[in-house]
Design a protein. Structure first.
Length: 255
């Protein structure tokens, strides 16, 4: 049995080559204390059924008897306290007229920590023009059509006061020919220029270096990236997919 990797099922975003989640309103919180018996039972059940899944956390959800589990490289799923039933998908709380994506809310916190831990020297940064009003992290490939469209609009994005921090996500995986080409971009003397040229279809040559392509690709997988571009805010919220500059600014509440 395999632990199936999760997709955020927002069909609109598939049109922009990547999943997107709305900014979630504040939801009811669950106790962070997991009963020892429930956690032990859940871990034992999953270890038996899915030996290769490395369970990184087991937490209660607002729904009694249902626990959130996270596994390295797989994302989030939900398991009953007896370990017999597992659900894969998004947990939505219906609170009057509001619908709160509990899954996305939990993932955003983890993403915030993960993105903050990335060394800036490993990012390819296009700074804002004038005052920096916001920052976006963009997982990118060099031969993705929507990635190229977004990159062509980076000057407009920068003019709006938004800093763009690029992270590598070769869609073909790592290792792959595209990953090798992206290593040359990150190893070049001028990564910003090299990235622009690579997105125009040019092949970049550069001496080998300790490029962070593999680490960033694995980070993207951990964060649920399934396509490029994948655009995240500093708080870990995913806002794209490709977004036009004015739409990106609106999503960031930048005027």
């Amino acid at each position: 049995m395999k632990f199936v990797r999760l997709l955020l099922p927002v069909s609109l975003l598939l049109m922009s080559a990547c999943s997107q989640a709305e900014l979630p309103p504040k939801a009811a919180t669950a106790s962070t204390v997991v009963p020892t018996q429930a956690e032990s039972t859940i871990r034992a059940s999953l270890l038996k059924a899915i030996p290769d899944a490395e369970i990184t956390s087991v937490k209660p959800t607002p729904y009694p008897g249902l626990f959130e589990i996270k596994a390295k490289g797989y994302g989030t799923a939900y398991v009953s306290a007896d370990g017999r039933y597992m659900l894969q998908g998004e947990l939505i709380e219906i609170n009057g007229s509001k619908m709160v994506n509990i899954t996305e809310q939990g993932m955003a916190g983890d993403r915030k920590v993960a993105l903050a831990a990335v060394d800036k020297k490993d990012e390819i940064i296009f700074p804002a023009v004038g005052q920096t009003k916001g920052v976006v992290y963009v997982f990118t490939d060099i031969d993705c059509g929507y990635c190229r469209k977004l990159h062509n609009e980076v000057p407009q994005i920068n003019q709006l006061g938004i800093e763009v921090r690029y992270l590598a996500f070769p869609r073909a995986g790592y290792p792959s020919p595209i990953a090798k080409r992206m290593e040359a971009v990150w190893c070049s003397a001028n990564p910003k220029e090299a990235l622009t040229l690579a997105k125009q279809g040019q092949f970049i040559t550069a001496p080998d270096c300790a490029a962070p392509i593999k680490a960033q690709y694995e980070l993207g997988q951990e964060m649920g990236v399934r396509g490029t571009p994948a655009v995240f805010l500093e708080d870990g919220t995913q806002v794209g997919g490709y977004l036009a500059p004015k739409d990106l600014a609106a999503a960031m509440r930048i005027k």
